[in-house]
Design a protein around this ligand. Structure first.
Ligand code: ATP
Ligand code: MG
Ligand code: FE
Length: 336
């Protein structure tokens, strides 16, 4: 089963060919980051236009790198939610056209389900059920992955996503966009107890989180230091910030793993690349005895290989769409 997968939900246009869910034959990504950097964040209208320019060539490139022609394909998979609506629509419309022209099934894939599936590409032995901590630019959720296609959100952020918090704080520090990677590198060797930052609790909801307070406290701390002319140690601040984020995520992921008792915990999404969070999870799982699954760095951020992987499992249970498939800015992960 050869699936051509398309991803265009944010600022990366991506195309990949994946065989039987787990074998990546090609994985092409065209990043728009340079374009958006001057604005300090993604400009939706520019993102949509760049996807239009890139998607056809990228699909051809993915086929070529896989050593295939269009007639070797068995299905088209595409991210149909969630994301910037104009951006998602570009991929969906391209995929519809390809499915119609080649007379192939069209498989709609939830982007965050794709992030979770990135773990299957890295770990051939991983199978559901397991608990997955999904942390990215728009999502922070703890998901019970009951089967390849049945999922339940156990908890998550009540406001900002962890990645968004990294990005906003990094922007004010002027260290680049997206800010998670630069913050991570800056934090290396820093004193993580130098700056006091809050950890929020949502009363009565053990697995829920909040990052807006951490974001505001961080921005106030930075502005106050600037106003008073005090020098802020970027390294120590980044380390303190990374620790605060990890302190919110890791104990809750561990609590969910304990609650479910599968003995397997996975992590997914762009923030899964964070070295502090990876190290803290490794330490916590070494203690609890849970097996920890971390996606390879190349599969943490947005890519189409993960969409092709999840698409295979969606197809297996009959999740295919007609040409009336729509794109959605938001969509519950449990709906698929
Ligand atoms: P979603 O997947 O929720 O729709 P998205 O697709 O925009 O959102 P991703 O591309 O999956 O998000 O992840 C990007 C996010 O990951 C950004 O917020 C970025 O700052 C963050 N990120 C990337 N690398 C790191 C890192 N090493 N440490 C922390 N955050 C990181
Ligand atoms: Mg991205
Ligand atoms: Fe993503």
């Amino acid at each position: 089963m050869n699936i051509l997968a398309i991803e265009s939900s944010c600022d990366e246009t991506a195309a990949a060919v994946v065989q039987d869910g787990r074998t990546v034959l090609s994985n092409c990504v065209a990043s728009q980051i340079e374009m958006h950097t001057i604005y300090g964040g993604v400009v939706p209208e520019i993102a949509s236009r760049k996807h239009v320019e890139a998607v056809t060539g990228l699909a051809d490139q993915a086929l070529e790198q896989a050593g295939m022609t269009r007639s070797d394909l068995d299905a088209i998979a595409v991210t149909y939610a969630p994301g910037l609506i104009g951006a998602v629509l570009v991929g969906v419309n391209f995929a519809k056209g390809a499915a119609m022209a080649l007379d192939l099934p069209l498989i709609p894939v939830h982007h965050v389900r794709g992030h979770i599936a990135a773990n299957y590409l890295t770990h051939p032995d991983l199978e559901p059920p397991f608990v997955c901590l999904c942390v990215s630019g728009g999502t922070t959720a703890i998901v019970d992955v009951k089967s390849y296609t049945e999922m339940e959100v156990l908890g998550g952020t009540r406001d900002d996503a962890a990645g968004e918090c990294f990005d906003k704080v990094a922007r004010v520090l002027g260290i680049g966009y997206p800010g998670g990677g630069p913050m991570d590198r800056l934090a290396q060797g820093g004193d993580d107890s130098r700056y006091e930052l809050p950890r929020a609790h949502v009363a009565g909801h053990e697995l829920d989180m909040s990052f807006s307070g951490l974001k505001t406290a961080s921005l106030n701390l930075i502005h106050n230091a600037q106003q008073k002319g005090e020098e802020l140690s970027l390294q120590d601040f980044a380390a303190s910030f990374g620790r605060a984020v990890s302190d919110s995520l890791v104990p809750r992921a561990m609590a969910a793993a304990r609650m479910k008792g599968y003995g397997r915990l996975a992590v997914a999404g762009g923030v899964a690349a964070n070295s502090r969070i990876r190290a803290d999870l490794q330490a916590a799982c070494a203690k609890s005895g849970d097996k920890l699954y971390l996606p390879e760095l190349k599969y943490c951020g947005d890519n189409a290989a993960m969409i092709g992987c999840q698409g295979f499992y969606e197809w297996k249970v009959g999740h295919v769409a007609g040409l009336d498939l729509n794109a959605y800015a938001t969509r519950d992960i449990s709906l698929g």
